[in-house]
Design a protein around this ligand. Structure first.
Ligand SMILES: NC(=O)c1ccc[n+]([C@@H]2O[C@H](COP(=O)([O-])OP(=O)(O)OC[C@H]3O[C@@H](n4cnc5c(N)ncnc54)[C@H](O)[C@@H]3O)[C@@H](O)[C@H]2O)c1
Length: 361
């Protein structure tokens, strides 16, 4: 297959982790006989520094013309520490999601047997967790207008707004995901208090009869925040609005054990995008110590969701699992034992993928 992939490394550790994903994707291309072309583009603080815009038109056009986007991370302390900065890297992220119509962020949460002890949660509670969040990504309070301050600057406001159309397209994806999995869908809202949440619930209730094989549960976000770390195995597919999803998916990363392990996919109206859930981890930038596995696993999701290639996706997940089992890990999950550099992990994964090729040949 021919694949055109846009690479948006971004800031901080973004370029380092993207480099490892690229090595792995190239190795997969060689093993399975795909022709893969990469086109790199700027985003985030790097793009502000170069052209004054965190998501330049040139980058957007490259994304639109590609079959998939691999994204690293954005963010720089010089903007984090300057609340008055007029242009911010995060605006680039929101603009990219909006312009590419990426309304559904898919965030799987699962455990790795060799890392169960890394989680602060009890092993018996989390072992076997396999859930996926579908977070609405282009609506709600992060985008709603009006927003801002009164004239005196003494009051601030944001607007949470959702249309039936926005809820329905996300909910339908939720039902379809559930149909391919354990057929349980949880709608996470705050319908006892918020009008937007009542519209969410009403819309999901209207759609439910179209998916009779899926059991639907409705749960308030505060209850989910609790139950998610008490009994994560109770969940299969969860759908929720932008703000709730942002918070709950970071909470869910505790189950896996490290931010450096969690991949995600953003799906919607145009090119699909794949990115780790972590940020630019500026403290580690340039040190070759960041965990690249979340980005590598995002590349696995790319093969599955953008190209429908499960063998390729599984080959990456298998190599990642093996690296964890054999202790070929970065310092964030090495428990003070031997640790490897970001680039060494990438090279090791490539060798595993190549080894399998020679066994098969
Ligand atoms: N999608 C994105 O690009 C995104 C997401 C979140 C934050 N950010 C931005 O990133 C910058 C830093 O934010 P933050 O410190 O809150 O979040 P962060 O995810 O960058 O880092 C939080 C902590 O998680 C751990 N961590 C994250 N990635 C890791 C990796 N690959 N390997 C090992 N450990 C890892 C580190 O302990 C780190 O201190 C900010 O500018 C923020 O705005 C960007």
């Amino acid at each position: 297959m021919e694949m055109n992939i846009a690479l948006l490394p971004g800031d901080g550790i973004g370029p380092e982790v993207i480099n490892q994903a690229v090595k792995v994707v190239k190795a997969i291309g060689e093993r399975f006989g795909h022709q893969i072309t990469f086109t790199e583009a700027i985003v985030g603080a790097t793009a502000i520094d170069q052209v004054g815009n965190p998501y330049p038109d040139a980058t957007h056009n490259i994304c639109l013309q590609s079959d998939a986007v691999l994204f690293g991370a954005i963010g720089d302390p010089k903007y984090d520490n300057d609340p008055k900065a007029k242009v911010r890297p995060e605006q680039g992220l929101l603009e990219m999601r909006r312009k590419l119509g990426l309304f559904c962020n898919v965030r799987p949460t699962f455990t790795f047997p060799s890392l169960l002890h890394k989680s602060p949660l009890k092993q018996e509670r989390i072992e076997g967790t396999d859930l996926v969040f579908l977070r609405e990504l282009t609506g709600g309070i992060y985008f709603g207008e009006p927003r801002g301050r009164n004239e005196q600057g003494t009051k601030a406001f944001d607007t949470n707004i959702y249309s039936v159309e926005e809820i329905e397209r996300l909910a339908r994806m939720g039902f379809e995901f559930a149909q391919k999995r354990r057929k349980l869908l949880t709608c996470v809202d705050k319908a006892n208090v918020m009008a937007t949440s009542r519209l969410w619930r009403e819309t999901v209730q209207r759609l439910a009869p179209e998916y009779p094989d899926v059991t639907v549960e409705y749960e308030f976000v505060d209850a989910v925040a609790m139950r998610l770390i008490q009994w994560p195995k109770a969940y299969d597919v969860l759908i929720t609005e932008n703000l709730f999803g942002d918070i709950l998916t970071d909470e869910a990363s505790v189950i896996t054990g490290s931010m450096g392990l969690m991949p995600s996919a953003s799906l919607g109206l145009t090119t699909k995008l794949f990115e780790p859930i972590h940020g630019s981890y500026p403290q580690a930038a340039g040190k070759d110590i960041a965990n690249p596995l979340a980005t590598v696993l995002s590349a696995a999701m790319m093969f599955e969701y953008a190209f429908g290639l499960m063998d390729e996706a599984n080959a990456i997940s298998d190599a990642v699992n093996l690296s964890l089992e054999e202790g070929v890990v970065t310092e964030d999950i090495s428990d003070g034992g031997k640790s490897y550099k970001t680039s060494e992990i990438g090279d090791w994964l490539v060798k595993q993928i190549q080894k399998k090729k020679s066994i098969l040949m």
